[in-house]
Design a protein around this ligand. Sequence first.
Ligand code: NAD
Length: 296
Amino acid sequence: MTAKLIDGKAFAATVRAKVAAHVAQIKEENGITPGLAVVLVGEDPASQVYVRSKGKQTVEVGMNSYEHKLEADTSEADLLALIDRLNKDPDVHGILVQLPLPKHLDSDLVINSINPAKDVDGFHISNVGLLGTGQKSMVPCTPLGSLMMLRDYHGSLSGLNAVVIGRSNIVGKPMANLLLGDSCTVTIAHSRTKDLPSVVRQADIVVAAVGRPEMVTGDWIKPGATVIDVGINRIERDGKTALVGDCEFASCAEVAGAITPVPGGVGPMTIACLLANTLTACCRAHGLREPEGLTA
Ligand code: NAD
């Protein structure tokens, strides 16, 4: 391997330490404790793991964690009533509704019922619009974490060619907007893109957010490029379940200048950025100085 490894696990620990220090300061100076409410509907096993992990890390950085677990058959009216209460609760600075929701619930309606100032996932249509027009917003956690790692590695991203593979509302589109905000020349590639390898070969920065195990191989990568692998895919290998990204790590790492591993790359940054967003939301709500380097 010739590429530098971008260690998301270590980077996420530094983000959490910065958040914890800032939380301790506003607790002492202002008597305010940031609070994150996480709403889980149903018993999806993966979602339960995520919610537990979010709650644990929230408490570890000194913030209050409020978990609301609702039955799978909860009505839309009951869920909206809970969100309304959380919107009005001054102790709650961030609200996250764990996705996916059960099929009978309208995710767009639910997400858009969250007060945009408390929308720490950055999925509310107001935040999407603010980000798209280069205004201060709540920024989706996975793209924000990816941007932080890119800024840390490159310093300035200005003028670099970035190719984002994937056009989802959660990763691809906000990632492209963030890179545009940092003055990259951005291409969004997707399932209908013609000759994807040759598009990717133009990139100084490749962000892969596809959900296809090891789709991007080393021969797609321009020598020295930075590869951010957002994909998390479970595969069977040698009779065991393994986690792999959207990039074939070994071959990409032979050509790239820097690369994030899976696991231990973008994944840990996502929850760290959720904590950072909750702190940012709290500071904005109370007119306090925002933490430096933790927002776009
Ligand atoms: P999605 O299914 O919503 O979007 C996938 C995108 O990939 C689509 O826009 C589609 O056009 C594109 N695509 C599909 N097949 C393609 C192909 N053959 N060539 C080019 N593009 C293709 O997925 P998502 O929610 O954006 O997630 C993408 C991946 O990132 C998944 O593996 C997911 O698990 C992972 N993810 C990781 C984190 C994290 O914290 N690290 C967070 C969110 C998502």
